[in-house]
Every structure is written in C-alpha cells, then in structure tokens.
Design a protein around this ligand. Structure first.
Ligand code: UDP
Ligand code: LCN
Length: 820
C-alpha cells in the first residue's frame, strides 16, 4: 500500500501538524522524550507513554493541556513506540485500518514521516541489529502485487466486500455491450459434471445473448408461472439456453429479466440478484484439519472447541441452502460437502479413527479423515495445533487424491478453517484452480503481546514463525475471507483487528512483512455464524423442550452430592442462576467470574452461580494453562467460601442436553455470563441468546458486536470485575422490582439473533460469495497468477525451511486403522 501512505498523511495532516504540536509544549515534551529514551532501546505501548508522561509532568493542569492539544491526540492514537536513543518512532492509528509512522528526535524534537519498512527496521533494532541493518533482509510485500485492483477507502465499509465487488462489477460491465463479454464467457464455462448450464456456444456474445433473452422472455410471458422447465426445455435449447435458469416459467423469467437488466444498464441490485441464481456450486470441501474433529464426545478435548461446532453447523446450513438453490435452478444435481480433517488412530473412544462418516442430519455430506503420514508411517496420536506443520504438505497431497476420487472431479469451492486448514486449502485450491474462501476463527498473533518481534522466545512452544507465515500465505491466496465480526478484521477504535495486525509486522531473522494483508481489500466479508436452531430455541417453546433431560439436569444443578461431575451445591434453589460455560483456558476467565461473584455480596444475595468448565482434578489435565486454572478455581472457592452458592460442573459434551441446560437456567430467570479476557466470536453467547437467556458478555472481541449494550444484553469489562459484577447485580435488582424487565431483555436478545445471527443468513451469503468471487478471480486472472507465483516461492523457499524447525511428535508404531 505504499502509494496509500502519503495520501493518508496529507489527508490527516498528521505529519505536518506534529512539529507545531510539539512546539506547543516544547519544554514539557523535551522532558518527556528525555524520560522515554532514558532506559535505552525498548518498545513502549500507549499506557507506558502515558504513565511516564505523568511522572514527568506532575502538574495535572499542564498535563491535561498537553493531552488535550494536538500532541495529546497524536499520543492517544499511538499503538506503540520504538525507542532507539536519541529517537522515538511512533506507530499511529487514528482510525481502524489507518496507520502512520513518524520518527521524533529527542534532541531537537524534529519530526520525520517514515515508511512502514523503516518503522519495522527501527523495531528490529531492539532485538536484532544485524538483521535490521542487513540491506538484503527478506521483505515481503504483497501490496506490490495489487496493481489496479480496487480497494475500499472507508473504515466503515471494511468487511462488506461482496457489496463493494458487486458495485464495482456493475461499473466494469457498464458501457458498450461488448464490455459484458467476460460475463458471457463466465456463463459459458458453467457446467455440472460436464453438462453445460445456462447457455451454450450459440450465445457466445453479449449481443446474441441479449437478443435471445428478449425472445425467451416474450415466450415465457405467455406461459403460466408454474409451467415446469422441462415442458419448454427443448425449444430453449435450440435458442442456446441450457438448464439452470429456474424450475418453472416464472422463475426462469425472473432470472432472465435480472440478466437482461444487467446487459441493458448494469446495476448492483440486479447484478446481485442474478448472481444469487447462477448454478456454480455443487461440491464443496471444508478443511478443518487439527482434531479431534467428530460429532460426539470430542468437545472439551484439547484444541477442540467452537470451531468444530461451527463447521458442523455450517455443513447443515450449506447443504440445506444448496438443496434449495439446486431445486429452484431446475437441476437434478446432488450437492456433496466433504469436511476434511485428520484421522487419529488413537481416537480415545470417539469416531476420529473412521475414514468416512456421514454428517448427522444431512443427506449428502461426509467427514473425510485422512491420516498424517511420515516416513515412519501413520501418526497415531493427537498432535497440538501448534506442532502440526510438518505433516501438512503430505496431508494435502493425500487428501487431494482422496477428495478427487470421492467427488469424481474437482470441487467447486474450497473453504479452509484455522491456520492449518487454511494453508492446506490454499495449497489445494492453487493447485486445482478452484475458488478459495478462508476462515480464521481466531488468529493467534494478537493473543500474545509482541508475538512477532519476540518470535524467537516463543517459537519452541508455539512455532509462530510457521503459523504467521502460513496465515500470510493463506490470506493472500484466498479469493474471499469470511470473518464473524468487524473487530476480527479491523478491531475497534483502540485495538487493532486480528487481520489488521498482519498489515505490517516483522519476524527478525526470517522476514520483514512490509505489507502482509490490506484490510481494505474487498475480499473481506463479515458473515456471522448462528446456532443450530433445532437445538437452541427459546425456553418459552414448551412443547419443543427436551424434557427427557430434566432429571439429569436437576441432578447436575441441584443435588448436594459432590463427585467427578460436579462440586459445590446450591443452598437456596429459588434464586435465579447466573451461568457460564467454556473451556477452562486462562483467556476464558472463568476463574475471574468466580472471583467477581465471590467478592460481590450484593450479587451473591441475589443469585447463585453455575459454571460448566474443564474438570476438578489438575492431575487429569495435560495442559499447563488448564492446570493453573483448575488450581485457581479451588483457591477462589475456598477463599470466598462459595460452597452453598456455587455449582461447578465438569465440561459437558452433549449439545442437546446443554441446550436444555441453558433453558433451565432461563426458567430460573437467570442469565448467561461470558467473561473472557478476549473472545474472537463466542458461540456460547449466541447459544444462550437463542434460548432466550439475558446475556452479559465481554466487551473485548466479538461479543461486543453481537450484543447491543443495554438493549439485547449487556457488555461487561473483563478487566474491571467490580464494575462488571455490579452491572449484573443491578440487572437482577431491577428484575426484582419490575417483573417484566427480564422478559424485555430476553425478547430483545432473540430479535437480535433472528435479525443478524442465523445460519440461513450465513449460508446464503457464503454461496453468493462463492459465485461472485469465482467470477472476480476470472476477471483478475493475471494478477491472481502473479500473486500465486509469489506465494509459491514464499512457500517453497521460506515456509518449508521453517517447518523443518518443528520437531516431529514422538510416535509409537501405528495401530490398525478402523476404516468402515
Ligand atoms: N461447549 C460444550 N461443552 C463445554 C464447553 C463448551 O459443549 O463444556 C461448547 C459450547 O456450547 C460452544 C463451543 O463448545 O458450542 C464453544 O465455542 P465458543 O465459540 O464459545 O468458544 P471456543 O471454545 O471456540 O473458544
Ligand atoms: C474460535 C473461537 O475462539 C471462538 O471465539 C469462536 O466462536 C469459535 O472459534 C467459532 O468460530
């Protein structure tokens, strides 16, 4: 994005105004900068800058003056600063996606605008001077491949790529009819198992197509709407039309009208309508590689959380939408969705050792499991997602072979999930020339502070050198990227987004990524997941309720017995329950919630607390973080004497029973609390709201977008426990005073879900993406190819070497595979 920076600089005028700002409080600033450089080379965050400013300017009024002035604004928009005496370089982010870099001299306070490259070099000086000064250090610049591709310009449009592309296509096809030729060529390329769809060579120019559409529309207008396509199929074929326009005269006429409008004078409404009718997608491959990936008894196993739920629900929704579309297109085709994951011979009693397993509640979808293979044979054991890289290349080859065999040809769409799935999906899509969508769920980079600069410290444990390179490869290979929320891409006013953090970063000694991804690229699309509404439905839908689980749930919640399923008990069973359910990771902050509750007498008087998480015996866990959390929970329970008011239930794997548990909590007029320190999306929030539970969820991450604070639920600040627990207490106090209040929040939560967070909305958007980005990649073929070549070089020369640094897991001889 090099040309972008000067534009932004003049637009915002930051660089021009900084000397003036500094002049305003020159004396104080001089002292501040002297303080900043005092400790030598280091990286400072905004709160460090502010804290040190406070120690230097002790007069509150003067400080306020400095902070209220322009310099204050600049400092407040600083994300980080690099101190290399006598200079301090600032990375400034005035708005989501907009970055500026400036260097200030602490000697004369002179200011210089610098490029991202220079800023990164500055940063590298802290950890590796040789690398920073190496004139030939490897720089990755994906922006250099962008040529004339259109980009969004408004922060507010980020994540709305499909809409932008549709508008852009409109202008691209506008003008003389010949400009629509790429669309004609695209339609000519459509087929199902070799059989042509939509049009044949008779209509190989836009002029011929336009003429034929007029004739066809006139003929259709004479037919009753319900006339089946088969009754006029032969006549249409003679004119050059093939199947796919619709199942009856009415639908065919609508589809033809949309296209006629587009050919006459393209507009984005008709363009979108037309593309949503085009039959392009029948076979879909979804990669979700690390496991355990199964349909039962896997949740709660390491690395196995919401992603599995998401992918399985996605399959149901996609198949349903595909079946509907195919029927409406008048085709006999069968959609086939394959979820491809790794086969784990040592399956711990679940089905992860089966090669092919039908996806429950679907007609044509399967889980395909392909084992990891090394020179010594099949890898029998589970492998952490952080250590998975050495197996992925062979896995891709084996999986591709198997997929082509099962599908009897190439898929129409490939979707990756998480770093490993996205990398494998990229390799396969690049090889086969298939449209590719990627989904991250949660990118790891922003979870650990300065994880790029300090990669060497973390690499033996997390292998971030592989992960960040793989993520960069996948993001740039993808034709479209699906995110669950806006913040995932572009963060918030104060916090950069997960994708945004890949704009410019550095792995000293490996590569300086001067432009890793551009979040203004229209490939980004927000399509939020939902929850399976046949399972997660409101507590008020009494007839549908899964009543058979009631005795078990009663026992779980209210029995006084302590065993390996539950500890603690609820003395006063009449009180409403606040409920939370998550993996027992530090980031989920379940122990934080327990402590807030312990400390807040008012809250303890109003409600009981029920937690579903992990297990109670630390010796049962292999995960260091989880062990620490288990111990912390026991300490808190003891310290605040919570038994009698708290029930801690071990991780629960039955989704039907869990849904009834949410509803039983709703019966107590309780609430769901999601207190995570950071949550990428938060499926439990969606599940709870679907069951009509008022929900309090973290303001750090996705949930802040799902809930409109004070309307459809509440935001809580995980870093301010007192404020959060009081907010929950205020709610229950209010519910005591106004019997209708609970119902109002419950209904608003449901309305919010039905408007924005359903799988139906998701599947519809996703299939439209498959079609429109499929056309888009044909339009920008040359650019796509250039990028692919660059990516291939990066993969071959860089990534493969990084992978060699990841040790293979020690494996016992492979046991017999259980292939049905
Ligand atoms: N879950 C579960 N049992 C548990 C904990 C969680 O079934 O003991 C399910 C929960 O219902 C949700 C998923 O696991 O469907 C967790 O997804 P979320 O997005 O909340 O978090 P993640 O684990 O992916 O970080
Ligand atoms: C991973 C996470 O951490 C959650 O926030 C998401 O809800 C889940 O994946 C599904 O996308």
């Amino acid at each position: 994005f090099k040309p972008f920076y000067p534009l932004l600089a003049s637009f915002l005028g930051l660089i021009d105004t900084m000397p003036e700002a500094l002049r305003q409080s020159r004396y104080h600033m001089k002292r501040c900068f002297t303080k900043y450089i005092e400790q030598g080379k280091r990286l400072m965050k905004l709160h460090h800058l502010m804290a040190e400013m406070e120690t230097v300017i002790d007069d509150k009024f003067e400080r306020t003056q400095v902070l209220e002035g322009l310099l204050g604004y600049i400092l407040c928009t600083t994300q980080e600063a690099v101190v290399i005496p006598p200079h301090v370089a600032f990375a400034i982010r005035p708005n989501p996606g907009f970055w500026e870099f400036v260097k200030v001299s602490s000697i004369d306070l002179s200011v210089e605008g610098i490029t991202a490259t220079d800023y990164l070099k500055f940063k590298e000086m802290i950890v590796d001077e040789n690398w920073a000064n190496d004139a030939n250090a490897l720089e990755l610049d994906f922006g250099a491949m962008d040529f004339d591709a259109p980009r969004l310009t408004l922060s507010s449009s980020i994540g709305n790529g499909l809409n932008f592309i549709t508008k852009f296509l409109t202008s691209k096809l506008n003008g003389p009819l010949e400009k629509a030729q790429p669309l004609v060529d695209y339609l000519l390329s459509l087929n199902y198992q070799g059989e042509k769809l939509m049009i044949n060579e008779t209509l190989n120019t836009a002029l011929k197509l336009q003429g034929a559409l007029i004739v066809a529309e006139a003929a259709l207008s004479l037919l009753p709407r319900e006339t089946p396509y088969t009754s006029f199929e032969n006549r249409f074929k003679e004119w050059g039309f093939e199947k796919g326009w619709g199942d009856n005269a009415g639908r065919v006429m609508e589809t033809m009208r949309y296209l006629s409008e587009v050919l006459q004078a393209p507009d984005s409404v008709n363009m979108e309508r037309f593309f949503s009718r085009v039959p392009t997608t029948f076979n879909v491959v979804l990669f979700s590689v690390h496991g355990y990936f199964g349909q039962a008894d896997v949740l709660g196993l390491p690395d196995t959380g919401g992603q599995v739920v998401y992918v399985l629900d996605q399959v149901l929704a996609l198949e349903e939408e595909l079946l509907l579309r195919i029927k409406q297109q008048g085709l006999n085709a069968k959609p086939h969705i394959l979820v491809v994951t790794r086969l784990i011979p040592d399956a711990k009693g679940n089905t992860c050792n089966q090669e092919l397993e039908p996806v429950l509640k679907t007609k044509h979808s399967h889980i395909l499991r392909v084992p990891f293979r090394t020179e010594s044979g099949i890898v029998p054991q589970w492998i952490s997602r952080f250590d998975i890289y050495p197996y992925l290349e062979t896995f891709t080859q084996d999986a591709t072979k198997k997929i082509l065999e099962i599908m009897e040809g190439k898929p129409d769409l490939i979707i990756g999930n998480y770093t490993d799935g996205n990398l494998v999906a990229s390799l396969m899509a690049n090889k086969l020339g298939v449209t590719l969508g990627t989904i991250a769920h949660a990118l790891e980079k922003t979870k650990y502070e300065d994880s790029d600069l300090k990669w060497k410290e973390l690499d033996s444990k997390y292998h971030f050198s592989c992960q960040f390179t793989a993520d960069t490869i996948a993001m740039n290979s993808a034709d479209f990227i699906i995110t669950s929320t806006y913040q995932e891409i572009a963060g918030s006013k104060d916090r950069p987004g997960q994708y945004e953090s890949h704009t410019a970063f550095t792995l000293p000694g490996i590569s300086r990524v001067v432009s890793g991804i551009n979040i203004f690229d229209p490939k980004f699309n927000i399509a939020s997941p939902g929850a399976d509404q046949t399972v997660y439905f409101p507590a008020t839908e009494k007839l549908k309720r899964f009543t058979s689980f009631r005795p078990a749930i009663d026992e779980l919640l209210f029995s006084k017995i302590e065993n390996d399923q539950h500890i603690g008990y609820l003395e006063d069973k009449k009180k409403p329950i606040i409920f939370s359910m998550a993996r027992l990771d530090t980031v989920k902050n379940i122990s934080g919630l327990t402590e807030w509750y312990g400390k807040n007498k008012r809250l303890r008087n109003l409600v009981n607390l029920v937690i579903v998480a992990g297990f109670f015996d630390p010796s049962k866990s292999k995960d260091r973080e989880e062990i620490a959390e288990i111990k912390k929970m026991h300490t808190i329970i003891e310290m605040y004497q919570l038994k009698g008011q708290l029930r801690w239930i071990a991780a629960q794997t039955d989704k039907n029973r869990n849904s009834e548990l949410y509803r039983c909590i709703a019966d107590t007029k309780g609430a769901f609390v999601q207190p995570a320190l950071y949550e990428a999306f938060g499926l439990t929030v969606i599940e709870a709201m679907n069951c009509g539970l008022p929900t309090f969820a973290t303001n750090q991450g996705g949930p802040a977008e799902i809930i409109v604070d004070g309307v459809s639920g509440y935001h809580i600040d995980p870093n301010n426990g007192d404020e959060s627990s009081n907010k929950i207490a205020d709610f229950f106090q209010k519910c005591k005073e106004d019997a209708e209040f609970w119902n109002r929040i419950s209904s608003a939560a449901l309305s919010r879900i039905y408007e924005c967070y359903t799988w139906k909305i998701y599947a519809n958007k996703m299939l439209n993406m498959g079609t429109i980005y499929g056309f888009w990649r044909q339009l920008y073929k040359d650019q796509k190819l250039a990028k692919q070549r660059y990516i291939q070089m990066l993969y071959n020369l860089q990534f493969r070497n990084l992978v060699k640094t990841v040790p293979l897991s020690v494996s016992a001889p492979a046991p017999q595979l259980a292939i049905p």
